[in-house]
Ligand binder design. Structure first.
Ligand code: SF4
Length: 461
């Protein structure tokens, strides 16, 4: 985000008292779940009379929706909080809230390092934000809300209510599961988001139906281990594949995606559902993290090279055109050159269509953070080697698509050229092509004519 340039406090036409209560600005870091959380908080603020602004300097309520998965977004949040201290000096009436994973984890430190913050709100129930803003406006007393929903035995009894934005949205994220039970040694998510909780099936179907009635054509189902969905429901176990079939029945919905499945829970019924269920897209984003069995064991990932390769083989046998992407970590504590090369070897063998590749970042509070760390320069060098290999494979994978026709959901003009449109194929490849505005929201058949690292260029067939 651009540096804040301070200017005198002004009440603009749109924020004059009596017309509306003021404006809000939400800064989001992190994953798609966080983006969705930010939207829920935006709706909560709108329900009490605030409207969005793109200008943080003029906002009356500023929310930082934070991420703790790596150090960098935490540093960015503290840096913005430093700038907001100056803003609050000149406009003491504004409300500043810190929300999400870093709030859940480091509430006291935030209070200490940024005393101008009015409240911290963890990940448990973000709709509480409206009440916190009201209280901050009245009392000006620091507040913190960090309760995470309890799971009573194996059954989830508390799932926060959600609101559905009524403005048309072609593609929407729908959380179906919160928290995580896997406790990988590098990951802070089970601490920041709590134990795994699935939303009731009928709530999800209802939400997707509502979204579709308001123009949504593609949904992405979100969960930390999305295919473990359905274990802790009062109504009894509902397999993830069954949920996909139920959503396939929603009239007007055209495509269903989901992220991210956990390898150990990726079973044959899901492979058959991807193959047979018409609206489920042929794309699987399945995190491998490391290609070395010992590393995987140390990370407490509950699969190994062989079982991962087996899933890939089964997927490609059932759905030859399936797009497969992944997450990879380099420089986990103790990773030897040999173990890193095992990751390179898996990347060469599997030939992922794309990958998010991360340098391991120690997260205080996780077991891996206390282990002896690899020098940063070594981690960086390994990361550069991995990126080089994967980029070559991604480009080759895209080149192999040239000449083929793809179904693309036309999203709108590309950011750089308004005469060219963009959308994703069912295999989750980005496609750019010339089109007319009336194509927006339609499924088009596009022939790929050239390949790039980022995706494909084509023309409507
Ligand atoms: S599966 Fe592992 S990496 Fe993923 S959210 Fe759970 S603990 Fe974190």
């Amino acid at each position: 985000m651009a540096q804040i340039l301070l200017r005198p406090n002004t009440l603009t036409e749109t924020t004059r008292p009596g017309t509306r209560r003021g404006t809000y600005f939400v800064q989001t870091w992190g994953c798609q779940m966080n983006e969705e959380d930010s939207e829920q908080m935006a709706l909560a603020l709108e329900s009490i009379g605030f409207v969005a602004t793109k200008n943080i300097q003029e906002a009356h309520v500023i929310l930082l929706n934070t991420c703790s998965v790596r150090k960098k977004p935490e540093d960015k949040a503290f840096s913005l909080l430093g700038e907001l201290a100056l803003l609050k000096q000149s406009r003491p009436e504004i409300v500043v809230g810190v929300c999400g994973c870093m709030a859940q984890l480091r509430a006291d430190e935030i209070r200490q390092r940024a005393p101008h913050v009015d409240f911290v709100l963890g990940t448990g129930d973000l709709l509480q934000v409206s009440g916190l803003v009201e209280e901050a406006l009245q009392k000006r007393k620091f507040q913190k809300r960090l309760e995470l929903p309890e799971r009573k035995g194996s059954i989830v009894t508390e799932i926060p209510q959600r609101q559905v934005r009524r403005a048309p949205k072609l593609k929407a994220f729908v959380p179906i599961q919160y928290g995580c039970d896997k406790f990988c040694t590098f990951c802070i998510v089970p601490t920041t988001r709590g134990r795994e909780r699935s939303r009731p099936t009928e709530d999800i179907v209802q939400e997707v139906t509502d979204l579709t009635l308001h123009g949504t054509r593609e949904v992405t189902l979100l969960g930390q281990t999305v295919n473990s969905y359905g274990k802790n429901l009062a109504e009894g176990r509902v397999p993830f594949s069954k949920l996909l079939w139920l959503l396939n029945e929603v009239e007007g919905l055209q495509r269903i995606r989901y992220t991210s499945p956990y390898p150990r829970d990726f079973k044959q019924d899901l492979i058959e559902t991807i193959r047979d269920c018409p609206k489920v897209m042929e794309h699987v984003h399945m995190p491998l993290q490391s290609g070395d069995d010992e590393m995987l064991r140390t990370m407490k990932r509950l699969y190994n090279r062989e079982s991962f390769l087996q899933i890939i083989d089964d997927l490609r046998a059932a759905i030859p055109q399936v797009g497969i992407t992944t997450d990879l970590i380099v420089g986990y504590p103790g990773e030897t050159e040999e173990q890193f090369e095992a990751t390179l070897d898996m990347v060469e063998r599997i030939r992922f269509d794309g990958a998010y590749m991360f340098i391991y970042s120690p997260r205080p509070g996780t077991p891996a953070a206390d282990l002896p760390q690899i020098p940063y320069a070594e981690k960086q060098a390994r990361h550069a080697r991995l990126v080089e290999v994967q980029n070559r494979i991604s480009l080759e994978s895209n080149q192999a698509c040239v000449g083929r026709e793809f179904e693309v959901l036309v999203e709108g003009p590309t950011p750089k050229d308004p005469t060219r449109f963009q959308g994703y194929t069912r295999e989750f490849k980005m496609m750019h092509f010339p089109a007319r505005p009336e194509f927006r929201g339609q499924l088009a058949t596009v022939r790929a004519t050239s390949a790039h690292l980022w995706g494909l260029s084509g023309e409507i067939a």
